[in-house]
Design a protein around this ligand. Structure first.
Ligand SMILES: [Mg+2]
Length: 369
């Protein structure tokens, strides 16, 4: 057994990429996005993982995780994951530490697949060939022309029959503009495409109830975080009253969090983010938890990190083809899949691991650490 490969080293790099135009949702505005990259090495083989998080995440990897995982068996990712969870006990898991663990876990799954010469989906075992995606953007900062152009690109040019826009502008103080943007989005995409909205927790329960009628009239079938998911009782009440699916889960860092969201009856479809909830290891467990309760799972953001895991679970709804992250992943990596027709097929090209390689020359100008 002693000749099994070990994890020899972890390295980190931090990239900050400006947005193409200022972006905002109901409760946050940003003009740049930071990606923390982790490279895990065993002998001459390397795997990569990443998360969208502050640079402090890379510092946490160096300070608390590198010494924890180096020397451990490279094939035993759940063991490394468990040791990392223990190592951050005093730092506190939710937030930066969970994102650091997630990036390392993803890098370790990529490394293991590459050591075995397999696409990650075949290492995990496929449950499907095609992974549906939905176009996600529609920022509140967009003017009508910009929103039209983006939605037309997804539905008309790429053939993606599902799109999502942000509502809840200015913490729910611009509801007339929200509804006008939704109506315009429906007009742009036509009746044949699904229309989703995401309020990022901007509304009160009452606002969300009053808006549900007009949103349903526009054919909205997915209402994401109508209120903050800190308010499970209100979210569960909305889920039972509203005609469209109520969804949440992107701020889930632990499995018990997802269990609470599900058992409160708060969501019709669980969202989980592998770059936050413990990597591929954590995301697969979240998917199993949702499946056990009869609800679907949808991958939140970072689509290239989720693609292979998504193809390995039976209860998958779709992945979020998030404008900001797709731009960054295409810039920093080679091997990002093509969502033409509305789905991607991870592993179809036979490339090992996640199928991604760092495009070092393109990435270097954006490296900040
Ligand atoms: Mg969201």
């Amino acid at each position: 057994m002693s000749d099994l490969p070990a994890i020899d080293a972890l390295d980190t790099a931090v990239y900050t990429v400006p947005t193409d135009t200022p972006e905002a949702d109901g409760t946050l505005a940003w003009d740049r996005t930071t990606l923390v990259l982790v490279t895990a090495r065993s002998g001459h083989t390397t795997g990569l993982g990443y998360t969208y998080a502050p640079a402090a995440t890379a510092h946490l990897v160096q300070e608390l995780l590198t010494g924890t995982v180096t020397g451990r068996p490279a094939l035993d990712v759940p063991r490394a994951n468990e040791e990392m969870l223990r190592a951050v006990r005093n730092a506190g898991l939710p937030g930066v530490a969970a994102q650091a663990i997630s990036a390392v876990d993803i890098a370790l799954w990529d490394l293991k697949s590459r050591l075995l010469g397999l696409p990650l989906v075949h290492l995990l075992g496929a449950a499907r060939d095609a992974v549906p995606v939905y176009g996600s953007g529609g920022f509140t900062t967009y003017d009508a022309e910009r929103q039209d152009r983006q939605l037309r690109h997804w539905t008309h040019e790429s053939g993606i029959p599902r799109v999502k826009i942000k509502i809840g502008e200015s913490w729910g103080r611009r509801t007339e503009r929200d509804l006008a943007r939704v109506d315009r989005a429906r007009a742009t995409i036509g009746d044949g495409a699904e229309l989703y909205v995401d309020a990022n927790g901007a509304y009160t329960g009452g606002q969300a109830r009053r808006l549900a009628g007009p949103l349903a009239d526009a054919g909205v079938t997915w209402f994401e975080e109508p209120v903050s998911c800190d308010h499970l009782t209100i979210l569960a009440d909305l889920r039972h009253r509203l005609p469209m699916d109520v969804t949440a889960g992107e701020y889930g860092y632990t499995l018990p969090y997802f269990a609470q969201l599900i058992t409160a009856g708060a969501v019709d479809c669980l969202q989980a983010d592998a770059t936050r909830c413990g990597g591929i290891t954590g995301w697969l467990r979240a998917a199993a938890l949702a499946h056990a309760h009869g609800i679907d799972i949808s991958g939140h953001c970072a689509p290239s990190a989720h693609a292979h895991a998504a193809a390995a679970v039976p209860g998958l709804r779709h992945l979020e083809w998030f404008h900001d992250h797709v731009r960054i992943e295409r810039l920093l990596f080679d091997g990002v899949l093509d969502p033409g027709g509305g789905s991607i097929t991870p592993g179809a090209d036979g490339a090992p691991g996640l199928g991604l390689t760092l495009a070092e020359e393109r990435a270097e100008p954006y490296r900040v650490e």
